[in-house]
Design a protein around this ligand. Structure first.
Ligand SMILES: Cc1cc2nc3c(=O)[nH]c(=O)nc-3n(C[C@H](O)[C@H](O)[C@H](O)COP(=O)(O)OP(=O)(O)OC[C@H]3O[C@@H](n4cnc5c(N)ncnc54)[C@H](O)[C@@H]3O)c2cc1C
Length: 283
């Protein structure tokens, strides 16, 4: 049973920020209401984010993709520009929950929940996204790579709202891919999530980003593996070594979905597969 709560419905951004101290933000509610019902969370006053003007906008300005704090997973799928602006994020959106969840769940809610299995986070990390935060006294931007401080904890202060996320639109010789391994194709919690971005200039890789989900206390970038690839031609044996390094950087656990050993094996296989595909696609 849900305990009783007050539902605050501010009419705009200013009112939302003014009422934020002491309240709990409610976006799609697909995490929060489940957690409240299960008594994993407690909240007396929920602040609904559904009345903020333009909060679900998706824009591309000066080569930067900007999605509002209220953008839902379904919004990503319905926006034709996103296939090029964030292929990995669209791939994650396609396998995210079921249709009803995709219509309600927001990207910002997924990022703020901070689950290591949150499916939009590996793609966003692989795109080097930034988190935009606002409170009544000002705004700041935090690289997503620095946002998480531990298992389900992050840098957001209690009086801050995530107003959006942004990243540089991938250039012509950049490939960006995501794969979610789960026990079913839909409505299943991720066993291993891998997102990669590879940029190439002729025969050399100029930048590589590898983000891993569900194999550590937070989603994270396998930076040692990335460093092995930067500046190099991505021959098969180098890709294999980097994928192995990514596996070594992870710290998966045994749980009811998979053993740690199986997860490690899958990181190696999936990272290798995605890097190889991305290297070819970026040509
Ligand atoms: C049936 C089902 C299937 C699911 N499938 C998946 C899946 O496939 N992949 C996956 O990753 N997740 C999945 N989830 C989890 C959930 O849907 C996602 O994490 C979702 O993105 C959460 O977004 P929300 O808008 O519902 O957030 P809410 O539940 O409203 O909020 C979650 C948290 O974020 C905070 N918050 C929300 N918006 C903001 C903001 N703008 N600024 C600051 N804080 C904010 C809230 O205060 C709360 O603490 C599933 C959940 C269910 C119930």
């Amino acid at each position: 049973m849900l305990r009783e709560f007050e539902l605050d419905m501010p009419g705009n951004l200013q009112e939302t920020l003014a009422r934020l101290p002491g309240g709990t933000l409610l976006a799609g509610g697909t995490n929060l209401l489940v957690d409240l019902r299960a008594r994993r969370e407690d909240a007396e006053r929920l602040i609904w984010l559904g009345n903020i003007d333009g909060f679900r906008d998706i824009k591309i300005e000066d080569g930067r993709v900007i999605i509002g704090g209220g953008t839902t997973i379904g919004d990503l799928l319905r926006n034709p520009a996103m296939a090029e602006a964030a292929p990995s994020l669209v791939a994650a959106a396609r396998v995210f929950g079921g249709q009803m969840v995709r219509n309600q769940a927001t990207v910002a809610g997924n990022v703020c929940s901070g689950s290591p299995a949150a499916d939009t986070v590996p793609p966003l990390l692989s795109l080097d996204a930034e988190v935009h935060l606002t409170c009544s006294t000002g705004s700041r931007t935090v690289p997503l790579n620095d946002f998480y401080t531990g298992f389900k904890t992050n840098q957001r202060k209690h009086d801050e709202l995530v107003t959006g996320l942004s990243w540089a639109a991938p250039g012509p010789h950049t490939a960006n891919l995501f794969y979610k391994l789960a026990r079913r194709k839909g409505d299943a919690i991720t066993v291993v999530g891998v997102a990669v971005t590879v940029t190439r200039d002729g025969d050399r890789c100029t930048e590589a980003r590898i983000a891993l989900g569900a194999v550590g206390p937070t989603v994270f970038r396998a930076k040692d593996a990335e460093a092995m690839l930067t500046g190099e031609p991505l021959a098969d044996d180098l890709i294999d070594s980097a994928a192995r390094k990514a596996m070594e950087e992870s710290s998966p656990i045994d749980d009811l979905r998979a053993s740690a050993d199986y997860r490690r094996h899958c990181i190696h296989v999936l990272t290798r597969r995605l890097l190889k595909q991305a290297w070819e696609d970026a040509a």
